[in-house]
Structures are given as structure tokens and as C-alpha cells.
Design a binder for this molecule. Structure first.
Ligand code: NCD
Length: 319
């Protein structure tokens, strides 16, 4: 099975075999990452540039480590300090970087669609590390790998995604990926935090946690994304925790062996009880972080193979 695309811009354009190809290779990298010597030369000689126009801790660190473990030359640009501040457009910045011959560009941007636009202007492989409320494909892939390893399969599962769906690119990418792999997805949250046009998503919607969590295999919690809210989406954090915060009592309505997930960063005591988040018998939050590095290694490896094959076909010589 192979991954046939030039970029990883979102889950939307992917077919199930593309998803499986990334997850299968990521499984191998997860094994490598548990060894003492975690090194491969899959990206040796290639240059990876990370451009994060929005704050990030784990995603940026994860991409950086993934590139280094595969032997790439990795540079992370501090975009807050870059020429963007001086008024340079996203496209000018991209063209400047493009002239330095990168092979992989990893981009996070606050505007939905910005990463797609950028991918049309450069001649390297582009990976979307989160664009506005649009997509966050590597997060959905790492979530999928975590589920597949915990549950032994990635189909015919009941999966609840809970909380601030409206502002979440993680939710959008996950809804698409889990749907493509033939799972049943439920969204749980207050109507104010549900996106418009929800009926087109092929999901079931619940306002009540108890009803929504009944018999699910996976409970995926989301952060309340205050930076994307401009007004009163929730009455108060206390009230929100009371109705939608995941604790042991609410979780008791899910299947006995249901796993708990969260993409991070977490607001303990707002969307999730701190003790439950740390309960290694239920929570796979640390595994998600671990699988993140493996999934990013797999995605960059597959994209690099396609890039080198394309260049070879264009020039007729080995690169
Ligand atoms: C998510 C993001 O940035 O979209 N976090 C992440 O990538 N680990 C979710 C969030 O910020 O809540």
C-alpha cells in the first residue's frame, strides 16, 4: 500500500489506503522510537523547514524530533520574529524560503486555507500542522494510530468527540478520518459550540453527555478554544465543567474498556478531570503524544519518497 499524494494538506483528499499506508509505516517508527538508538536515514540530505505562525508546543517539537530522527536538516523559523511582522505576505515568505531549496515545509497558520494556498507556490512537499478551524491532519492520524493500537482495529467503533467542536480543526479532521474508516461518530456539546451545517457531517449529535457517551469505545475530549471565541459561548467554566467536563461518573456511561483521549493542551477542571487524565488505565493521552512523533516520521518519509520519485522522473537522473 502506498501514499500517492505530493502533500499532506488535510484528511479530506485522502482515501482509506492512504491512511492505512501512513499508519502501517508509523507503527514501525513507533518501534524504532522505543529503542536506545532512534535513528534512520530516510530523510538524510533533505532539508525540513518548520514555519509556525501560531503558538505550538507539542506539534512543533514533535515535527522537529521526527525530522531529526530521520536524519533531515531541520530548521524551525520563529515566525513571530520574522519579516511577517514587517508586512511581508505569507506568499513572499514562502517564495523566499522556496529559493533556499527545502524539501519539506511544515506549516501552521491561523487562517483556514492558508497552507493549501502556500502549497501551490512552492516546489517541495507541504505538511499542514493546523490551519485555522480547517484541518490538522497529523493530529487525526496520530489519534487513529493510538485508537488502532489500543482497540486492535480502526473500524466499527463508536467514538464520541466532545466539547468545543465549532472551533476545532482537530474535530474536523477526526470526523473525516473516522468516517472514512467506517466508524460511528457522535458529537457531544452545547449547541453554541456545534458548527453550522453539522447535518452534512454524517454524525449523530447529542447535547447531553450521559446519553451521548452511552456504550462508546472511545471518548475524545477537546479544549475550550477561547482564542477563537469572541463572546459568550458558555455560561461559565464551572457550569461547563458540570455539564460537559469528563469525570469518572460521566465516563461510567461509556463501555467499561472505553479509552479517554485529548489532543492537548488540556484545561484540567474545565473539559476534563485532572485525575482521570492521568489514570493510565483509561487515559491514552501520553500514547497520543508518543504516536505523534511516529506518525510525523511516516508522513514525511512517504512524502519524501514521492518527491524524489517526481524529481527523478522530471530530470531522468537519480537524485
Ligand atoms: C490542537 C491544535 O493546535 O489544534 N493542539 C495540538 O495540535 N496538540 C488542539 C488545541 O489547540 O486545542
Amino acid at each position: 500500500m502506498t501514499y500517492s499524494h505530493s502533500h499532506l494538506l488535510g484528511i479530506e483528499p485522502l482515501a482509506p489506503p492512504d491512511i492505512t499506508a501512513i499508519l502501517d509505516l508509523a507503527d514501525q517508527y513507533a518501534d524504532l522510537n522505543r529503542r536506545d538508538v532512534k535513528h534512520s536515514d530516510a530523510l538524510a540530505g533533505l532539508t525540513q523547514i518548520n514555519m509556525f505562525f501560531e503558538n505550538s508546543t507539542r506539534t512543533q517539537a514533535s515535527f522537529e524530533l521526527a525530522g531529526k530522527r530521520l536524519g533531515a536538516d531541520v530548521m524551525s523559523m520563529a515566525m513571530q520574529a520574522s519579516s511577517i511582522k514587517k508586512g511581508e505576505t505569507l506568499i513572499d515568505t514562502a517564495l523566499t524560503l522556496n529559493a533556499m531549496h527545502p524539501d519539506l515545509l511544515v506549516v501552521r497558520h491561523p487562517h483556514s486555507g492558508a497552507v493549501d494556498l502556500l502549497s501551490e507556490k512552492v516546489n517541495c512537499a507541504v505538511l499542514n500542522a493546523g490551519d485555522g478551524r480547517h484541518e490538522h491532519p497529523t493530529q487525526a492520524l496520530l489519534d487513529a494510530l493510538t485508537i488502532r493500537r489500543a482497540k486492535g482495529r480502526l473500524h466499527r467503533l463508536n467514538i464520541a468527540i466532545c466539547g468545543d467542536i465549532a472551533h476545532s480543526r482537530v474535530a474536523r479532521s477526526n470526523i473525516m478520518l473516522l468516517g472514512k474508516m467506517e466508524n460511528r461518530v457522535r458529537l457531544i456539546g452545547p449547541p453554541t459550540l456545534m458548527p453550522s451545517g453539522i447535518a452534512d457531517f454524517g454524525v449523530e449529535v447529542f447535547e447531553d453527555m450521559e446519553a451521548g457517551l452511552k456504550d462508546v469505545d472511545v471518548v475524545m475530549m477537546l479544549r475550550l478554544q477561547r482564542e477563537r471565541m469572541d463572546g459568550g459561548f458558555i455560561p461559565s467554566e464551572r457550569e461547563y465543567y458540570h455539564r460537559y467536563g469528563l469525570d469518572a461518573e460521566k465516563l461510567s456511561h461509556a463501555k467499561e474498556d472505553a479509552i479517554v483521549m485529548h489532543p492537548g493542551p488540556m484545561n484540567r477542571g474545565v473539559e476534563i478531570d485532572g485525575e482521570l487524565a492521568d489514570d493510565i488505565n483509561r487515559s491514552v493521552i501520553q500514547q497520543q503524544v508518543e504516536m505523534g512523533v511516529a506518525v510525523r516520521m511516516a508522513a514525511m518519509d512517504l512524502l519524501a519518497r514521492n518527491l524524489l520519485a517526481r524529481r527523478q522522473a522530471q530530470t531522468g537522473v537519480m537524485v
